[in-house]
Design a binder for this molecule. Structure first.
Ligand SMILES: [Mg+2]
Length: 498
């Protein structure tokens, strides 16, 4: 059954807390002709960055956080990274990237598989609602559609962004159905489901926009969608100084408009709304930060990290939006380069591979490889892995720049890489996270073919700018390591010729 039919049947049986609104039939606008996947990379990395910048000081009161850390603009030393200042994820990134992983595995959304995926690994900093979901789904064995909790926490919204990916090539109303179904798995609540759809709509538009929208666009776009989807619901403010009871969108509309008019600082505004893990508090903060700093991705994320209490989640939600709008290139390279990219305790760099696989699967695939043509490169492995192997020698002559004279095997090897199109043009100079692979041989031992291909490209191309770069990679054993991993992925078999 497709997602729209499944959603319609759940709506008819009143099993999903959502209004059967006309928005759900709307076809998302197509992506522009010259659109690049780089925007999606920005969206996913922005989410991971926001989470990692925020999570060491999650739920602290901004003034207290500032006393201990000053203004946070970089990852804090983290005990889960041996005290180094690296980006370590919490539940927000974990559940978002598990969503992406499951979408890749199934080729699209299969809600029960996603529910199972959420219940397989330890979730860092798990919230109360997801704990209750696990009790229903995993411990009591309830079906996925009965396991979502009636909670207006922000735990579905924080992880929802990847549902967009299977729709990039052929946008259809299935996108809204996927969003609602994926959201209700853990949080089956009117505000949560409506916020998820309205926010995915905002993300989709961000992916398309050529420049940051007007400040009022964020709240208007949100309210237009959420109003229709939420129905006649009532949510109460937890802040005694700011009493409110009514639909979430009305509060958001009133408050964010007022903040814009009064030009409150994001700190003032987020303190007024309390900025906790409750959607009535999260949404105004997210939309106001985006309204003020949508044209400045770094500042938007910094404000979310410093000026809110549930800062990892607010920053993850803000980060995905500014990442979608400005693309990967709009995010500071230092944040990308220092992101561990793990989704469990021991899968560092995994999110970067998931992003690469997503590009291959949901956008444009590189030409495929066969075991046979990879052998054209692998035949060099026995030579390069000899301990005494030397890739050549430096030639130093007076009056000339020193240069590295490669052996004929190395030159043949490079030619073979080109001949089977293993060299793939990409922006390798700004491939910040790739540097982690050179320092950490363990990661190469687990890499997928797309990553190996990017690594080989980066090294061969870098050699033109830094004489002897490739020689150093041979001498450290890095090139042999890449080929060894490739041999594991493409074992040669006697039946190859069949
Ligand atoms: Mg978190």
């Amino acid at each position: 059954m497709d997602s729209s039919s499944l959603l319609n049947s759940l709506l008819a049986q009143r099993k999903i807390a959502l209004e059967s609104a006309s928005f759900l039939k709307r076809v998302p606008h197509p992506l522009p002709e010259d659109w690049e996947f780089e925007r999606v990379e920005g969206m996913l990395l922005g989410l991971a960055i926001g989470d990692a910048l925020g999570n060491p000081t999650e739920s602290q009161i901004p003034a207290i956080r500032r006393q201990s850390h000053g203004e946070i603009r970089d990852y804090l030393p983290n005990r889960y990274a041996d005290g180094r200042s690296l980006g370590v994820p919490s539940d927000d990134s974990q559940m978002a990237f598990w969503t992406l992983e499951q979408l890749l595995e199934d080729g699209g959304l299969v809600p029960d598989h996603l529910a199972r995926k959420f219940s397989q690994n330890q979730i860092f900093g798990i919230g109360r609602t997801v704990t209750a979901f696990l009790r229903s789904y995993r411990d009591q064995g309830l079906p996925w559609e009965q396991s979502g909790q009636p909670s207006a926490g922000n735990g579905a919204l924080m992880r929802i962004a990847p549902v967009l990916l299977p729709h990039l090539r052929r946008p259809s109303p299935e996108l809204w159905a996927d969003t609602a179904l994926a959201g209700m798995i853990t949080h089956n609540d009117s505000a949560s489901n409506a916020c998820c759809v309205a926010y995915v709509h905002i993300l989709w538009e961000c992916l398309r926009l050529k420049q940051a929208p007007e400040p009022s666009w964020w709240v208007e776009t949100f309210v237009d969608t959420a109003r229709e989807l939420a129905g006649n619901t009532s949510y109460a403010s937890r802040n005694l100084a700011l009493p409110y009871e009514g639909p979430l969108w009305r509060f958001v509309e009133r408050e964010v408009r007022q903040a814009l008019k009064q030009n409150w600082s994001t700190l003032e505004a987020c303190e007024r709304w309390h900025s906790g893990a409750y959607l009535l508090e999260t949404l105004p903060c997210v939309l106001y930060i985006l309204a003020r700093y949508g044209d400045h991705p770094e500042e938007a994320i910094v404000r979310a990290v410093n000026d809110t209490r549930d800062n990892d989640t607010v920053a993850a939600i803000v980060g995905a939006a500014v990442g979608a709008l400005h693309g990967r290139a709009g995010l500071p390279a230092r944040w990308i380069g220092s992101l561990l990219g793990r989704t469990t305790a021991d899968d560092d760099w995994h999110i970067f591979e998931l992003i690469e696989s997503a590009k291959q699967t949901f956008w444009r695939a590189d030409p495929p490889f066969t075991s046979d043509n990879v052998q054209a490169v692998l035949k060099f492995l026995p030579i390069f892995e000899r301990p005494e192997y030397s890739p050549g020698k430096w030639i130093i002559r007076e009056g000339e720049f020193p240069y590295f004279d490669y052996t004929s095997e190395v030159l043949d090897f490079i030619e073979a890489l080109y001949s089977i199109s293993l060299i793939k043009p990409f922006d390798w100079m700004n491939w910040e996270e790739g540097k982690q692979l050179v320092d950490n041989p363990m990661l190469v031992g687990k890499a997928n073919l797309q990553t190996l291909r990017k690594l080989l490209t980066a090294h061969v191309r870098a050699d033109r700018f830094a004489e002897g770069h490739l020689a150093a990679m041979f001498e450290s054993g890095h090139i042999a390591m890449i080929l060894k991993r490739m041999a594991e992925l493409y074992p040669s078999s006697p039946s190859n010729n069949q």
